[in-house]
Design a binder for this molecule. Structure first.
Ligand code: IPE
Ligand code: IPE
Ligand code: MG
Length: 249
């Protein structure tokens, strides 16, 4: 893929960026607003970052919108988040489709309302032929849930005689995880000041570069993204190997 203007080489642009969009509640509280207002502002940020990632030649963007554990928040906050999700799906999908974005959702869908599930399925169907940017939304997602459902599928294959237990390897586990067949994230960005993974893509983040910023998600914009991309471009990714530099002894 050719490097977009402003980037020094295609190798310095991550192919897959994953984002933990954290800090909406604190953003709202600091303005004396209800947490839901922070989530609403967060949707705007997400829209801007999708656009910016497309412009920078990033091929896959995965956004953590709602975790398995977020179901334990007060019922009123969960409803506000679900309402926002339903509205955003109704409002944004046509424009995303026109811009060549392919939408995919990962997470335990059965806990979501039928309305949301239908809009998700429809969004996936009507954007499935697009390839400018693959936008993955993690909704009701947990890294442990993902590993459990992969283990269950593999166990069913063993039970039905299609798979020997000894044949289970990293490749077959990867293939049953929600992100398959997409590549693992090259760069993880977490806004909101915490330096933790919070049960996001436990398997897929094995060799991702991790970028944490204090910036709260509703304040995160394309210049924040560019800082994260500059951090990524400066990393020496060794994947456990020794990388010989030209001219070194
Ligand atoms: C992230 O913002 C959005 C979701 C987890 C749904 P938070 O709601 O976690 O905001 P803080 O971390 O409380 O500020
Ligand atoms: C992680 O944020 C989940 C999402 C951004 C969707 P949380 O706010 O739920 O994580 P913790 O509670 O700080 O670990
Ligand atoms: Mg949070």
């Amino acid at each position: 893929m050719a490097a977009p203007p402003g980037q020094s080489s295609a190798q310095t642009v991550p192919e897959h960026v994953a984002v933990i969009m954290d800090g909406n509640g604190r953003w709202a509280r600091s303005r004396g607003m209800p947490r839901a207002a922070g989530h609403r502002a967060g949707v705007k940020s997400a829209k801007a970052i999708v656009q910016a990632c497309g412009e920078r030649g990033i091929r896959v963007l995965t956004l953590f919108a709602f975790s398995s554990e977020n179901w334990s928040r007060p019922r009123s906050e969960v409803s506000a988040l679900m309402k926002l999700m339903l509205e955003a799906l109704g409002r944004e999908v046509n424009e995303l489709a026109q811009k060549g974005v392919q939408l995919r959702f990962v997470g335990a869908r059965h806990r979501l309302s039928e309305d949301i599930q239908n809009r998700m399925a429809n969004a996936e169907q009507c954007t499935s032929g697009n390839d400018k940017l693959i936008l993955v939304i993690a909704l009701g997602y947990g890294g442990r849930w993902d590993l459990v459902q992969a283990a269950q599928e593999l166990a069913r294959e063993v039970r039905d005689g299609g798979l020997e237990p000894e044949a289970i390897d990293e490749e077959s586990i990867s293939r049953h995880l929600s992100l398959a067949p997409l590549p693992d994230p090259d760069l993880l960005i977490r806004t909101g000041g915490e330096s933790r993974i919070s049960n996001f893509l436990l398997w897929n983040l094995a060799y991702s570069e991790l970028y944490f910023t204090d910036c709260l998600w509703p304040d995160f914009d394309s210049s924040g993204l560019d800082e994260a991309l500059a951090f990524f471009a400066s990393r020496d990714r060794r994947f456990g190997r020794v990388v010989e530099k030209v001219g070194s002894a």
